[in-house]
Design a protein around this ligand. Structure first.
Ligand SMILES: N[C@@H](CCC(=O)N[C@@H](CS)C(=O)NCC(=O)O)C(=O)O
Length: 158
């Protein structure tokens, strides 16, 4: 059993909201059949107990073997090591598929100039992923879901 700090909706402690990093960790736990307990955190008013577990004040944070760990990249690696079955390790050649998609999306959202190339860069990333899935899918590495899909999926559904 692990414990996971998750982001709660404004004024709704029981509603989980759109943090793609937390969703990645929860999806990984589901796929690996790891039981987890959630602690819902109001990120606009971070409680002291949470800052003691996650000093940067970010979710997700998980408690594994009596230690709190933050950052979804670190957490997902740790879950793969501690719960190796089923393996979610991607084929090395596809491990970084789609990794530029989220930065391109954020860049596009922040862009104020319609001609700065941000929209094209995002569309190029989306088209590259779609093309890859058409020829190698249904998942990024083929028939089996891997950590790459679980990282990308929450970011694509925001
Ligand atoms: N690199 C981190 C990013 C985590 C992150 O940015 N989480 C956001 C919620 S989606 C957060 O906790 N923000 C609170 C804050 O920055 O104050 C990861 O992969 O876990």
């Amino acid at each position: 059993m692990i414990e996971v700090c998750v982001k709660q909706a404004v004024g709704e402690p029981d509603v989980l909201v759109d943090c793609p990093f937390t969703q990645r960790v929860l999806l990984t736990s589901e796929e690996k059949n790891i039981r987890y307990m959630m602690h819902s955190v109001d990120l606009d008013n971070k409680p002291q107990w949470f800052l003691e577990k996650s000093p940067e004040g970010k979710v997700p944070a998980i408690k594994l073997d009596d230690k709190w760990v933050t950052d979804s990249d670190v957490i997902v690696d740790l879950l793969e090591k501690n719960y190796p079955e089923p393996s979610l390790a991607p084929k090395p050649e596809f491990a970084s598929m789609g990794c530029k998609l989220f930065p391109a999306f954020v860049n596009f959202l922040k862009s104020k100039d319609p001609n700065d190339g941000a929209e094209k860069a995002l569309l190029d990333e989306l088209n590259a992923l779609e093309g890859h899935l058409k020829s190698h899918g249904p998942f990024v590495c083929g028939e089996k879901v891997t950590a790459v899909d679980l990282s990308l999926a929450p970011k694509l559904t925001i």
